[in-house]
Design a protein around this ligand. Structure first.
Ligand code: NAD
Length: 485
């Protein structure tokens, strides 16, 4: 589809505005290399302007009754649905998503806003029993203020929508700093929600680079909380900045996720499930099933079935429903994946299929058998279509391999044996375990987040609302209490 490039602004106080410096940067389609549009390149003055707008927005939005916030968020969802095809097409082009993945994202954005709308009414808190007979104690929940949402490239609409929806429902205002790889879809989301009636200043977007405007936002004393989804390295950096002014932080970071395949499941069916976990969006998913641990004696037969499945994947046009996945996001990502595969190969792993570029930025689906349990391919996020398969003697060893990681985001366990499945679920140290399927799952109301280097806090449903609200104790003295002097 022909897309005419246009120049986008930041989205501040209900309208697009150019960067104060006038600078822009291109948003490039990873599949074709075409420039889709020019985004405003954020810097100091833009940050200040967005923060001033968000504080104004916060003052009025937080004072609205919950049912009004609910009503407006529902209208935002409707408006996204009304613009479904525009958003879908931009998403396909800008992030290199297949039509299937992009459709999922637009639907998810609609769904998460509707799920969040209802949370506006549920800012429950408590009354407390007291030690003093004449005192009454209430606990109330209040929005924290202006929340900075820093989002990644890999689900640039679905994740951004989720990251803003719950803080907004709770009465906060947000400023989003989307990935520099996918700035345009964020501006379009803000425009769409503004057109639906979201008041000015409640959702602002500053586009640009981490080091140029992300750090300024993250360290700004007038930002009250941060929700970041991104790599662990970015999380550490942003966390260090944010703690200087004691900001509330929710960090959803990287993962190296295990999929355990117990020997009561059919290896061909397991291979079909594992392929979705490992190769969706070319493996550029935080929860991708990158380490597949198979119970003996099925290791090799499973790995061969997965390699066969990988070789049959169709890697065509992004708008062709049959296409399994498209390009990686940029040249750097391709080079990293190639480097990881090469390191595993040099260390003695068997590359059963793949291991090279298919075309352009599209990397072949790659299956590695018996990788060494150290080195970049095993230890680091590869963020590419690479599945490592390892055989293990039994459940104990499988759980030990699953836990042999500084990350702890998500896991899958394929088995029909619920006792062994639940044993694994309770003993794997990570934020989510999915029995009967792969590790890449999402639901608007579920708590998403990780153990260890996979992050801090949980996002989704009431868990986000709790995270982005303050608790306040209010007490009432209702009678005569003896005074000490
Ligand atoms: P990234 O860390 O490169 O960038 C994420 C965001 O942080 C971008 O908006 C970027 O501009 C910003 N940023 C980078 N440096 C910054 C700085 N110094 N100060 C402020 N902001 C800064 O990540 P990415 O490549 O866009 O996304 C992929 C990563 O995100 C992977 O590691 C993946 O696992 C992770 N991720 C995690 C989850 C989850 O739920 N845990 C979900 C999706 C992606």
């Amino acid at each position: 589809m022909e897309v005419t490039p246009r120049t986008y602004g930041h989205f501040i106080h209900g309208r697009e505005v150019p960067a104060a410096t006038g600078e822009t940067f291109p948003s490039v389609a990873p599949m074709t290399g075409a420039v889709l549009g020019w985004a405003a390149r954020g810097a100091h003055d833009d940050v200040e302007r967005a923060i001033a707008s968000a504080h104004q927005g916060f003052a009025s939005w937080s004072a609205r009754p919950p049912y009004e916030r609910e009503k407006i968020l529902l209208k935002c969802a409707d408006q996204i649905e009304a613009r479904f095809d525009d958003l879908l097409n931009l998403l396909i082009d800008e992030s290199g998503s297949t039509i299937v993945k992009a459709r999922y994202e637009v639907n998810y954005a609609v769904s998460v806003l509707r799920a969040a709308a209802g949370e506006a009414r549920r800012l429950y808190a408590d009354t407390l029993p007291n030690e003093k007979p004449h005192r009454m104690s209430l606990v109330v929940r209040e929005p924290i203020g202006v929340v900075l949402v820093i989002s990644p490239f890999n689900a640039p609409l679905a994740l951004l929508a989720k990251m803003i929806a719950f803080p907004l429902a709770a009465g906060n205002a947000v400023i989003a700093k989307p990935s520099e790889e996918t700035p345009l879809i964020a501006v379009e989301l803000a425009r769409t929600m503004s057109a639906a009636g979201l008041p000015d200043g409640v959702f602002n977007v500053v586009t640009g680079f981490g080091a140029e405007c992300g750090e300024q936002l993250a360290s700004h004393p007038l930002i009250n909380g941060i929700a970041l989804t991104g790599s662990t390295a970015t999380g550490v950096k942003v966390g260090q900045l944010a703690v200087q002014s004691m900001k509330r932080m929710q960090l959803e970071l990287g993962g190296k996720n295990p999929l355990l395949i117990l020997n009561d499941v059919d290896v061909r069916e397991a291979a079909d499930i594992a392929a979705v976990g490992a190769f969706t969006y070319g493996g550029q998913i935080c929860m991708a099933s990158a380490r597949i641990v198979v119970e003996a004696p099925n290791g090799r037969s499973f790995a061969e079935a997965l390699a066969g499945k990988a070789e049959r994947l169709y890697l065509g046009d992004l708008r062709d429903e049959r296409t399994a996945y498209g390009p990686l996001i940029n040249e750097r990502a391709v080079a990293k994946v190639a480097r990881h595969v090469q390191a595993a190969r040099s260390a003695g792993a068997e590359v059963l299929t793949g291991g090279a570029i298919h075309r352009g930025l599209v990397f072949q689906p790659t299956v590695i058998y018996n990788p060494p349990r150290s080195g970049p391919c095993w230890d680091e996020e590869t963020f590419g279509p690479v599945a490592m398969v390892l055989e293990a003697a039994g459940l104990e060893e499988m759980i030990a391999i699953a836990n042999d990681s500084p990350y702890g985001l998500s896991a899958g366990v394929l088995t029909r044996d619920l006792v062994r499945g639940m044993t694994a679920a309770r003993r794997i140290r990570c934020g989510a375990v999915h029995i009967g399927t792969h590790s890449f799952q999402s639901d608007p109301l579920a708590p998403v987040g990780g153990y260890g280097m996979s992050g801090l806090g949980r996002s989704g449903g009431k868990y986000s609302v709790e995270h982005f609200t303050e608790l306040k104790w209010i007490s009432l003295e209702l009678g005569e209490t003896p005074r000490p002097f």
